[in-house]
Ligand binder design. Structure first.
Ligand SMILES: [Zn+2]
Length: 461
């Protein structure tokens, strides 16, 4: 039996702040209060002067993903371990079937890969094609505890689903009581812009952002939200990166459309398109989609966060080393898209959010874990500190400074998009499933300790 008590910290949830102890037994929070009496032999963590948060959920990651002719560099073991170092105790990965592959077959592949996870996980199921078979299998997927389905409006000729597919998938999701998640970029327009640039000899990584301007994201975001409105079901825009898309979300919410949600990445909240000016192919390290945006967009996203128009944050953690990025040395459209950030989000969101006076401590918790746990059906098992919830807890030292660098991070990738950044506030202890898995830089993760967490349904927040 594992027993841990966290003494005398400031316990902060999406609603409250109170000083006290949290007692965990066998992976579950059993008691919360002042000066709790606990059984002899209980491991004690002194959290005096520190903050106690529910463990983070990263609702958007890709571990060991076969993509663009290679595989993302972090697998379920190294990726979830890096997450733990950054206060993330649960992830939702994306199970992505290949063209014409059965959803259930893809699920088997993901179940195999995820066995080595050190922290708990779930998946969104991607709908990359549509047929009667897919329609049927979506029901089985939902019964398995996966009520969220991902749609790519970009990556023409690979993962992209057309409007016919979107509409039919949305109808099925409505029947199942699930939610659609959307990568919103107009894939046809992007494809044409890419061809034009390449033909003109504009083949360097700096043209990546030029080939997918904010307008294509704004258009696709609006289209997905409007199709969801016609069908009458909830929709969640992943990695929303720009004002053009935010405007579509705000318009929908203000006209009274229910269940319209937006996730922004810490990546897009903090970086702009000046990263693409880096010389010597270094810009390739920042090639992800949507790309980093012109100045002004990160501020607009922060305004959306402050106003509650953006409900969640994630990272789209999908790292590729420079040797992999080199596949697109002579053609930016062949650079594997993706960056690492699972380890970085907590400290950066705290520092740039709460530390800079943009959001409250409670909003921080909502954006780091609670809201996504609610929307995707993990709450209250995860996303809060409450009796009966999983014992996933971060003890956070608000005075500790973290410096970001590829030299020191645990992500298995040779670049950090936040290289040289500093943030005040970092985890001192991380408890996952009732066990102390991180203490002051000492990672004690166990391969295979993570569990698949079935999700019953979704919650409209
Ligand atoms: Zn993604």
């Amino acid at each position: 039996m594992s027993r841990i008590v966290i003494r005398n910290g400031e316990i902060i949830t999406s609603m409250d702040r109170l000083r006290g102890d949290v007692y965990c037994e066998d992976g579950v929070i059993r008691a919360i209060g002042a000066k709790l009496e606990v059984p002899a032999g209980t491991e004690v963590i002194d959290a005096s002067g520190q903050l106690v948060f529910p463990g983070g959920l990263d609702p958007h990651v890709h571990m060991e993903l076969p993509f663009m002719g290679t595989v993302s560099a972090d697998d379920f073991e190294s990726g979830t371990a890096a997450g733990i170092c950054g206060g993330v105790t649960c992830i939702i990965d994306f199970c992505i079937p290949a063209a014409k592959q059965s959803l259930l077959e893809a699920l088997k592949l993901w179940d195999e890969k995820s066995k080595k996870a050190v922290a708990d996980y779930s998946y969104h199921m991607a709908i990359t094609w549509f047929s009667e078979q897919v329609e049927k299998e979506m029901g089985t997927v939902k019964e398995r505890g996966i009520p969220s389905f991902k749609h790519f409006m970009a990556y023409k000729g690979a993962l992209m689903l057309d409007d016919d597919g979107l509409y039919r998938s949305f109808c099925r999701i409505k029947e199942l009581g699930g939610i659609a998640t959307i990568h919103a970029e107009n894939g046809d327009v992007v494809w044409n812009l890419q061809q034009k640039l390449i033909r003109a000899g504009k083949n360097g990584p700096e043209y990546h952002a030029v080939s997918r301007p904010p307008e294509v994201e704004g258009e696709a975001t609006n289209r997905a939200i409007r199709i969801a409105e016609v069908v009458g079901m909830p929709v969640y825009i992943v990695h929303m990166s720009c004002k053009a898309a935010l405007d579509a979300v705000i318009a929908a919410r203000l006209r009274g459309q229910r269940g319209v949600y937006a996730e922004s990445l810490i990546n897009h909240l903090l970086l702009d398109d000046s990263v693409y000016q880096k010389p010597n192919f270094e810009a390739a390290a920042y090639v992800m989609s949507p790309p980093f945006r012109p100045k002004g967009n990160p501020d607009a996203l922060w305004d959306g966060v402050k106003a509650g128009m953006i409900q969640t944050t994630g990272t789209d953690h999908c790292p590729f080393n420079m040797s992999q990025k080199a596949m697109g040395k002579d053609n930016f459209t062949l650079i594997p898209n993706g960056c690492a950030a699972i380890e970085d989000r907590m400290s950066l969101l705290w520092h740039h959010g709460v530390g800079m006076g943009r959001i409250s401590e409670q909003q921080f918790v909502s954006l780091f874990t609670t809201n996504a746990c609610r929307i995707f059906g993990l709450y209250p098992r995860k996303g809060t500190i409450a009796i009966g919830s999983d014992a996933d807890i971060v003890v956070f030292d608000p005075t500790k400074t973290r410096v970001f660098s590829a030299k020191t991070h645990h992500q298995k990738v040779d670049r950090s998009i936040f290289e040289g950044f500093e943030a005040k506030g970092a985890p001192s202890h991380v408890i996952a499933n009732g066990k102390l898995v991180y203490k002051d830089g000492d990672l004690r993760a166990t391969r295979g300790a993570g569990r698949f967490i079935p999700r019953a349904g979704i919650q409209l927040i």
